[in-house]
Design a protein around this ligand. Structure first.
Ligand SMILES: [Zn+2]
Length: 313
């Protein structure tokens, strides 16, 4: 099977570099009626990103099951691939097993792999999803089956990448999967800034974990972010950065508790992207969490994150 580009939008001016983004929104999986996973969000984000000047929307090839084994235990991958997840495992994931879910996982992870390869050549790229940061080596949970960032990094290493990597995770939920996957990896520095009272309630420690209290608001949050960025100066330079700029810290998100406004989220993204790009570090954006009501607002926020990254391409 070949995967053609979805659509190409030329840059508005010759001076503006085109930034590539990668979607997987064509791949769907069945959800029980009561399940609130926002599957339509991925299409809504892609439609908004297609309207951005200087941004291409593409589809990357799916990863293979062998690619997933570069990170995950064989038994966990076998259980996803052959639909062997137990009810307990499905409950932890918040998703129901299906062949379509397994296939979508390969395509979703492939989008982040393609974005990572593009960032290394172009400077900036984005996966219009990704950020599956609750997937640990031996088990997945919280909507995350395969850890896209970990698989991407292992694949580019096989292609010759050697260098130091930063994962800056701004999802409202702590990135326990990233912490687990890179526990013993001295070349990956994992940072998670998340809600103190949010899932997961059993954490895996990152290199830097910042617990943000409920209802912190924009000013308090941005001060915490600035402190982390100052601290990161002691760990730089990095040769690659993944930024999980999720929309779930928004005050209108049904899972967020931090009371960030939309301008506050935009300023969060601007400061993080600026810190990374001012140092010349290739940047991979992933979007991941975002469960606002209405979901269109979340799609607006996430498309804005991509626009900000494209401006710094
Ligand atoms: Zn989240």
């Amino acid at each position: 099977m070949t995967f053609a580009r979805v659509r190409h939008f030329p840059a508005r001016s010759a001076k503006m570099q085109s930034v590539r983004t990668f979607t997987h929104d064509r791949w769907h999986f069945p959800l029980p009626p009561a399940n609130r996973f926002p599957q339509e969000k991925y299409r809504l984000v892609r439609e908004r990103v297609q309207r951005l000047p200087g941004v291409e929307v593409c589809e990357g090839p799916p990863i293979s099951w062998d690619d997933a084994l570069l990170v995950h235990d064989a038994e966990w991958i076998r259980r996803i691939r052959y639909g062997l997840l137990t009810r307990h495992e499905e409950a932890a994931l918040g998703l129901t097993r299906s062949p379509e879910l397994a296939q979508r996982t390969l395509h979703a992870t492939g989008s982040t792999v393609a974005a990572t390869r593009s960032a290394l050549t172009d400077g900036v790229a984005a996966a219009l999803g990704g950020g599956t940061h609750h997937a640990q080596r031996a088990v997945g949970r919280g909507y995350c089956l395969v850890n896209d960032v970990a698989v991407s990094l292992q694949l580019i290493r096989l292609s010759g990448f050697i260098g130091k990597c930063l994962i800056l995770d701004l999802d409202v939920h702590q990135g326990d999967g990233n912490a687990d996957c890179f526990t013993d990896d001295p070349d990956v520095f994992v940072v998670s800034i998340h809600g103190e009272q949010n899932y997961p309630f059993v954490r895996v420690p990152s290199d830097i974990d910042i617990d943000v209290p409920d209802r912190t608001g924009d000013d308090g949050y941005l001060a915490l972010l600035d402190g982390v960025l100052d601290d990161l100066n002691h760990h730089a330079p990095f040769d690659l950065a993944f930024l999980l700029c999720d929309a779930d810290p928004w005050q209108g998100d049904r899972l967020g508790r931090l009371s960030l406004t939309i301008p506050g989220l935009e300023e969060r993204d601007r400061r993080a992207i600026t810190w990374i790009r001012d140092r010349g570090t290739p940047l991979v954006i992933t979007l991941a969490g975002g469960y606002g009501e209405p979901i269109e607002t979340t799609a607006d926020i996430q498309a804005r994150s991509v626009a900000l990254a494209a401006e710094r391409g």
